[in-house]
Design a protein around this ligand. Sequence first.
Ligand code: BGP
Length: 475
Amino acid sequence: MGFRDDFLWGGAVAAHQLEGGWQEGGKGPSVADVMTAGAHGVPRRITDGVIPGENYPNHEAIDFYHHYKDDIKLLAEMGFKAFRTSIAWTRIFPEGDEEQPNEAGLKFYDDLFDECLKYDIQPVVTLAHFEMPYGLVKKYGGFRSRKCIDFFVRFAKVCFTRFQHKVKYWMTFNEINNQANYNSTHHLFQDSGLLIAEDDDKEALMYQAAHYELVASALAVAAAHEINPNLQVGCMLSMSPVYPHTCKPEDMMVHVNAMHKRFWFGEVHAFGKYPAHIKKHLERRGITLDITENDLAALKAGTVDYIGFSYYASNVVQDFGRGPAFECNEETDISNNEYLPKSDWSWTIDPLGIRYALNWVYDHFRLPMFIVENGFGAIDVKEEDGSVDDQYRIDYLGAHIKAMKDAVDYEGVDLIGYTMWSPIDLVSASTGEMKKRYGFIYVDKDNEGNGTLARSKKKSFDWYKQVIASNGENI
Ligand code: BGP
């Protein structure tokens, strides 16, 4: 009973959300560097390049670039076994299409990974976590262009070769399936570097970009195995299950459609081919994609070793009588679950949903799973004495870990690790806020960019330490 002995307990971050140093060591701008700060209900704007006077929260973030030694030391104090981060693509290829990598960028990650390994913390690395080089957006239109396959694969090969003895677990594209909601310009930009024009068919564009990314991912997986057979490369899905609104059969069928549309990406990653329902959907929509025989062979040859996924919340979908295909419209047909409480950002709190997610993913893919994100974004209050009583975070994470353990104990799912989001406060990906805090470690910085950047422990710090020490027994 319980988690395996070598269970990878830890936390997850992404380079652009914490590193800062956006122009240091030869780094070029990424898509994150042209996104302004937003708020709950106020979308982040994508500017045409970096405009003086605008507020770009990722430029400094929490300045991990200069604080990483102290920060890793704090993670080690909690007993971390794994630290998931990403390699900022633009530290290695500042514009994206260079022939040779930038040595200063590689050196930064050598030093960071060495610092982790010094404390027996395994770095777990995502290659593209909403950080596409802005140069590729401007010159090639992001993943509109097939050329980006080669640029990504070059980047991936450089990283695998350089860090093969320091990093075993890799992921290719973070939450590749966020763009299933193709009406969100934010997701299309973060996932694929797509800027949308008036006459674009956003859905067709999304399927094409996703196809190129899936091919790039598969080529990277195959390259990793060739470089070093010990490397384990996974995909990374945003696992937000969609429940049927009621037990009405029509709601159930719309739920099936919604799940298909959100998670077909996983099928291509895991099985190396497109599921029939997506082919049928594209046929109905009259969308023809640029897919070559070589692409199909690449997909087959580069299936993933494990499924990495994030889980934060679940949603509900309702049938609105759209006809026999039971098409779901991500923008309008999805809502919150009336049975569940919500966070201040309206994300539902559904611990049992993580057990459902683990079962659903395992039933579909029969591959080892790694929960690489799960956490609670909240407004923390720092008391006069400097303490932060974040019992709500302990309650959220504790309930999810308990449900995760039940999936292991009762259903026998194959789970290799859990890296919660995020051990240290950082910039929110959706809103660009600092106020939406996730950490065990508080960072003194506010939404306007004021603060000393000083780090301090919250109540949850010691709690997570004993969760790890007891291998999840003492929640
Ligand atoms: C996931 C992303 C992360 C992270 C997290 C929390 O979608 O992979 O980058 O940010 O969600 O979301 P947010 O920061 O918007 O609260």
